[in-house]
Ligand binder design. Structure first.
Ligand code: PLP
Length: 393
């Protein structure tokens, strides 16, 4: 119904289903199950449920379905499956497609829980995982082999904002018959056309920018209809990672403002990165669209905007970084990102604390490194706040 319309229109209209009451704000179908008009109808639905027929909320729910349809339209994939969290999406997509004996190649710079799934869980079930430096195409080329079933990576890594060249890695993977699974949280569905660049499956933590207001957990797997309904759905509907209808409703309504929020946040992030670069109290400023970013040309090619997160290294190590965090008045110390409120994180002692120090060093997560997720506040207030806090240390 909204096919052919532009993105902002789709974000407001795609997926809407109205009940007999014609409600304006879409309904929250807060129901575990569905009543059948007859035994025959129940039987027919269990044989083959139609597109708007539901059986049990773990299998699907009208509010969840609205969110899935809108996410698929946004990502440009045929279909999508919503999950209880971003990790249910990452682990669900991988577990649904892999079996013992398969080989996976993954970039090493991963969100901690993703690393756990690839390093600890998959090998327990006989899946071999090789890790590469995601920025190095030669390592991808050497690691992908006949029998490689999938490659996995975060298109923009956390917290050092390194990029993987999606098109180049997808070409290497497809030449060997491997599927490309991208965790696209940092680029959001807005800043890169990930499936057009060659991704077969794109997963999101909807907890981040999609909710964007720090309220609920959620996730989504976007892909072809065959992959979503034949591979992902059977696995997820029986293993239980279903999204709550209430959370689905919040996420669905939040999509209406996703583009407005993320564009403002990305403009704020670009403004802060440019203003902070060269500050003598900072050893480096990391932001994909800064000309000094080591992969700046790729970042311009692959992303329309540099994203809503920047990172910078405060001179003086952990002590200075802690004094800086504690002196900020606007940004909140926390570990979410994509929120409407600015959030500041010290990765080495929180999100990446469990990594061995040598691994942190390889990944560039130094003791002075700070991750800053830009919210919807006035960027100049954020800049004043950051500069005041830097003056304190
Ligand atoms: C947050 C995050 C996840 C996990 O999402 P949850 O909703 O917290 O389960 C996975 N990957 C990346 C890159 C993330 O930032």
């Amino acid at each position: 119904m909204t096919e052919g319309l532009r993105r902002r229109t789709k974000l407001v209209h795609t997926g809407t289903r109205r009940s007999a009451y014609g409600e304006m704000a879409e309904a929250i179908f807060l129901t575990q199950g569905f009543a059948y008009a007859s035994a025959e109808q129940a039987e027919a639905r269990f044989v083959a449920a139609g597109p708007d027929e539901f059986i049990y909320a773990r299998y699907g729910n009208p509010t969840v379905r609205m969110f899935e349809d809108r996410m698929a339209a946004l990502e440009g994939t045929e279909d999508a499956f919503a999950t209880a969290s971003g990790m249910a999406a990452v682990s669900g997509a991988l577990m649904a497609m892999l079996r013992a004996g398969d080989h996976v190649v993954s970039s090493r710079a991963l969100f901690g829980s993703c690393l756990y799934v690839l390093e600890e869980v998959l090998p327990r079930f006989g899946v071999e995982v090789s890790f590469v430096d995601g920025t190095d195409l030669a390592q991808w080329a050497a690691a992908i082999r006949p029998g490689t079933r999938a490659v996995f990576f975060e298109a923009v890594s956390n917290p050092t904002l390194e990029l993987v060249d999606i098109r180049a890695v997808a070409e290497l993977a497809h030449a060997r018959g491997a599927l490309v699974v991208v965790d696209n949280v940092f680029a959001t569905p807005l800043f890169s056309d990930t499936q057009a660049l060659g991704a077969d499956v794109v997963v999101y933590s909807a907890t981040k920018h999609v909710d964007g207001q720090g309220r609920v957990l959620g996730g989504v797997i976007c892909g072809s209809r065959g992959f979503i309904r034949k591979t992902v759905e059977p696995y997820l509907k029986h293993t239980g990672g279903a999204l709550s209808p209430f959370s689905a409703w919040l996420l669905f309504k939040s999509l209406e403002t996703l583009e407005l929020r993320c564009m403002a946040q990305a403009e704020g992030a670009a403004h802060l990165a440019a203003a902070l670069e060269g500050d003598p109290r900072l050893a480096r400023v990391l932001y994909p669209h800064l000309p000094s970013h080591p992969q700046h040309a790729l970042a311009r090619r692959q992303m329309t905007h540099g994203g809503t997160v920047l990172a910078f290294e405060v001179r003086g190590g952990k002590d200075a970084a802690f004094r800086f965090l504690n002196a900020l008045r606007i940004a909140t110390i926390s570990n979410n990102l994509g929120d409407s409120r600015s959030i500041v994180t010290h990765p080495a002692t929180t999100t990446h604390q469990r990594l061995p120090e040598a691994t942190r060093a390889v990944l560039g997560i130094s003791p002075g490194l700070v991750r800053y997720s830009v919210g919807l506040e006035d960027p100049d207030d954020l800049l004043d706040d950051i500069r005041n806090a830097l003056a304190v240390i």
